[in-house]
Design a protein. Structure first.
Length: 376
């Protein structure tokens, strides 16, 4: 159908009846702008007004579709053409609609894919995650100013349900774990989200060894390796091939009490040794190291704990004043239990000389610690 031809036909028939656009619009319950669009061929009227419009203009539906007067002898022919025209127009509209819908679907899929990549790679919209910091980040640029070597850097963010974070080192020789796995713990305080940075640094930054550092607004904890003496001495380790491997996943979801491998230092004099990369889980990573069996491996990982799973390391309170001991226990998410006074009842001159739990032992969050105090 020819919209422009139909529009001109509507205008001619309206004018032949000395009718304004406003008057025609009022009869049809439409706006003058709508009538103007029809007559300019911008669009066709709604199907719902076809019959009424034809009655007002004194034309047949066939004449409306044809955009011209039809002689009685030509009605059959014109009807057939109009029918084909309407069918073709409907098909074209359906085709255009399908193309539009397909285009919208493609755009939606592209946007969803981009959003998925951002979530996976950059950590947007995520909570409780560790993210690898690449060389373009401010933290990496700062690290480059204090060392000639490239440390492994990570950022993390956890909700307030998480009570603490621990950093852990495992030492392997020829693929065999020597039984290590403990490490220091940092307790979180406050109601805000807990954010921080984790760094694994080598050589001069760690006294010719390798160290892992976790820092947040609540403080900093560090763990260092007891590297083999040969590896510590640059003059003796010329035959060693040394490699520092970092986590290959850009963003890792943090789950309560699950150990997450972040980096490993490999060293070997054997050409046949294979240095595996970091898997997403600690079990997969340990299995890969055990299978490859490199001469030396120092594996670094981190673990975050919630109130349900959290355990804390008991601090050494010996020699602390009573008030200092209370503050320290509170910072470790532990409770002060019974206080036994030996030779004073004045809290200001009371100092801890014995505690019920062994310093360095690991106990559940909220555990009571009993203390004995006396004058210093």
């Amino acid at each position: 159908m020819d919209q422009i031809k139909i529009g001109q036909y509507i205008a001619d028939k309206r004018k032949s009846q000395s009718m304004t656009q406003e008057q025609l619009a009022e009869k049809l319950g439409k706006s003058r702008k709508a009538v103007s669009k029809w007559e300019r061929g911008v669009c066709l009227p709604d199907v719902s007004v076809y019959t009424e419009l034809c009655d007002i203009l004194g034309i047949t539906l066939n004449e409306f579709f044809a955009g011209e007067d039809i002689e009685p002898a030509d009605v059959a022919e014109k009807s057939e053409k109009n029918l084909l025209g309407v069918a073709t127009e409907g098909s074209n509209r359906n085709g255009r609609l399908k193309k539009i819908l397909v285009a919208i679907a493609v755009i939606a899929l592209i946007l969803a894919a981009i959003l998925g990549l951002l979530v996976k790679k950059e950590g947007y919209l995520l909570t409780n995650y560790i993210k690898v910091l690449d060389e373009s980040t401010q933290e990496s640029r700062i690290a480059e100013t204090v060392t000639t070597e490239s440390p492994l850097l990570f950022s993390f963010e956890v909700d307030e349900e998480y009570y603490s974070a621990s950093i852990i080192i495992r030492e392997f020789k020829n693929g065999v774990d020597n039984g290590s796995g403990g490490g220091p713990q940092l307790s979180f305080t406050g109601d805000d989200k807990r954010r921080g940075t984790i760094a694994i640094v080598t050589s001069t930054m760690a006294g010719n060894g390798i160290a892992m550092i976790l820092s947040s607004q609540n403080g900093k904890i560090t763990i260092e390796t007891g590297l083999d003496e040969v590896l510590r001495d640059p003059e003796k380790n010329t035959d060693y091939v040394v490699s520092l491997a970092g986590q290959s996943y850009n963003v890792i979801k943090i789950r309560a009490n699950e150990e997450i491998p972040l980096g490993a230092l490999y060293a070997s004099t054997r050409e046949e040794d294979h240095f595996p990369g970091m898997a997403k889980t600690i079990d997969e990573t340990v299995n890969a190291i055990s299978t490859a069996a490199p001469e030396y491996c120092y594996l670094f990982s981190v673990k975050f704990e919630t109130a349900d799973t959290a355990s804390v390391i008991v601090p050494d309170l010996t020699g602390k004043s009573l008030n200092s001991a209370k503050d320290m226990l509170r910072s470790y998410n532990l409770n002060l239990g019974n206080v036994t006074y030996y030779d004073t009842i004045d809290d200001k001159e009371a100092f801890v000389y014995h505690q019920s739990l062994q310093p360095g032992s690991r106990v559940p969050v909220g555990t009571n610690v009993d203390i004995d105090v006396k004058k210093k």
